[in-house]
Design a protein around this ligand. Structure first.
Ligand code: 4NP
Length: 159
């Protein structure tokens, strides 16, 4: 059994923000010698089976992380019981998740930036239609959020 609760990161397409959040969280876990069940998914299904956006792949690569093998998938009903935490990148994703979870869902839903003191309720901006600089901002936000989330989970586990 994992020491750290399982976490699913969710955005709209699962090719930009949530793969980067997954990568940042995996890096934060590895840096601390911890393991957990971690994945990412999209509320939309347009990019199922696809690799992350090339700009996201390049952004992760600048931090020495290869995400080119990640593949897009859509959130499914089983996710709401498989994962302890489902972490949305923005308010729209959060609303979709809350509406989809249903009575059987056991996962705790949150926004990624809810875990960052002073940024509660904020969204990670969607970089898809912008330029490369938007991806640097995304990477900064998801790193901050992933590290704060892990700090929170570690404290809650008493580790
Ligand atoms: P993401 O970005 O939700 O961060 O993966 C997007 C990717 C694709 C689309 C929208 C946002 N799309 O409309 O295809």
């Amino acid at each position: 059994m994992s020491q750290i609760p399982s976490v699913l990161f969710v955005c709209l397409g699962n090719i930009c923000r949530s793969p980067l959040a997954e990568a940042a969280f995996r890096k934060a876990l590895a840096d601390r010698g911890l393991e957990a069940d971690v994945d990412s998914a999209g509320t939309g299904g347009w990019h199922v089976g696809e690799a992350p956006d090339p700009r996201a792949i390049r952004t992760a690569a600048t931090a020495g992380i290869d995400i080119s093998h990640y593949r897009g998938r859509q959130v499914c009903t089983a996710d709401f019981t498989r994962f302890d935490h489902i972490v949305a990148m923005d308010a729209d994703n959060f609303s979709t998740l809350a509406a989809t979870s249903g009575a059987a869902g056991t996962a705790t839903l949150s926004l990624l930036l809810d875990h960052v003191p002073g940024r509660e309720g904020q969204s990670v901006a969607d970089p898809y239609y912008g330029g490369e600089s938007g991806f640097a901002a995304t990477w900064s936000d998801v790193q901050t959020g992933a590290n704060a989330l892990l700090d929170h989970l570690i404290a809650a586990q008493g580790l």
